[in-house]
Design a protein around this ligand. Structure first.
Ligand code: G3P
Length: 216
C-alpha cells in the first residue's frame, strides 16, 4: 500500500517527502482554508517541493459543468494534478468528461460500496472511502473495505482505492491488510506510525553500552 499525506501544509509535506515514503498528496477545501491560501498557488508550491507524485486538488461546484470548469483550471497547472470530485450523480458526469480529456480524478466523500463501484465505472482513477467519518457516525469501515476488496477482485477493477479520513495508525494497518492501494494520512498520524517504545528503548540501550565501552 502506498502512503499519501492528507495535508496542504508545505512544511509537513516536505518533511515526509524527505523520508522517501511519500507517494502522493491529497488536499481538500477544509485543509486549504486552514492554510488561508489560494488553492492554485498552494498546489504549485506542493508540486515544487515534490517530484513525480500525484497532487490532489478538489474541484468545487454542484453541477457537472462547474466541476469540470474548475477541474480543468486546476489540472492545467501540471500533469501531476489529480482532481478530487464529490461522489454525486453530477460528480460522475464530471469524472467521465474529465477522463475523456485525459484528466485523472479522485472520487471523494465515499461511504458505501455501491458509491465505490459507480465511481470506478465512471472512470475515476482513484476513489476515497472516508474511514474516520464512517466511524464517527457509528458505521463500520471494515465491512466497507472487505466488500470493496471482494468487488475489486471479482470484477478486475483498476481504479485505486485510497483509504481516507484516517484518524489513527491502526487504521493504516487495517486498510493495508484489506488490500487498499493507498492510504492518505494526516501528518501527526504519519509521524506516530513510525514510533514504538521498544525502538526508543533499544536505541537508548545501544547508546549506553557504546558509551560504557569508552575509547577501547
Ligand atoms: O481529505 C479527505 C479526508 O481525508 C478528510 O478527512 O479527517 O476531515 O474526515 P477528515
Amino acid at each position: 500500500m502506498k502512503l499519501f499525506i492528507d495535508s496542504a501544509n508545505v512544511r509537513e509535506i516536505k518533511e515526509i517527502w524527505s523520508m522517501g515514503i511519500l507517494a502522493g498528496v491529497t488536499t481538500n477545501p477544509t485543509l486549504i482554508a486552514k492554510e488561508g491560501v489560494n488553492i492554485e498557488k498552494r498546489l504549485q508550491e506542493i508540486l515544487s517541493v515534490t517530484e513525480g507524485i500525484p497532487v490532489n486538488g478538489e474541484a468545487m461546484g454542484r453541477e457537472a459543468a462547474e466541476l469540470v470548469a474548475h477541474g480543468k483550471k486546476l489540472a492545467a497547472i501540471d500533469q501531476r494534478i489529480v482532481i478530487k470530485v464529490p461522489m454525486t450523480a453530477e460528480g460522475l458526469k464530471a469524472i467521465r468528461e474529465m477522463k475523456a480529456e485525459g484528466i485523472r480524478t479522485n472520487a471523494t466523500l465515499i461511504f458505501t460500496a455501491t458509491q465505490c463501484l459507480a465511481a470506478a465505472r465512471a472512470g475515476a482513477s482513484y476513489i476515497s472511502p472516508f474511514l474516520g467519518r464512517l466511524e464517527d457516525n457509528s458505521r463500520s469501515y471494515i465491512s466497507l473495505l472487505e466488500e470493496c476488496r471482494q468487488i475489486w477482485q471479482s470484477h478486475g477493477l483498476t481504479t485505486e482505492i485510497i483509504a481516507a479520513s484516517i484518524r489513527r495508525r491502526s487504521q493504516v494497518a487495517e486498510a493495508a491488510a484489506r488490500g487498499c492501494h493507498i492510504a492518505t494520512i494526516p501528518y501527526p498520524v504519519l509521524l506516530n506510525m513510525l514510533l514504538d517504545p521498544l525502538t526508543e528503548a533499544g536505541i537508548k540501550r545501544f547508546e549506553e553500552d557504546w558509551a560504557a565501552l569508552g575509547s577501547v
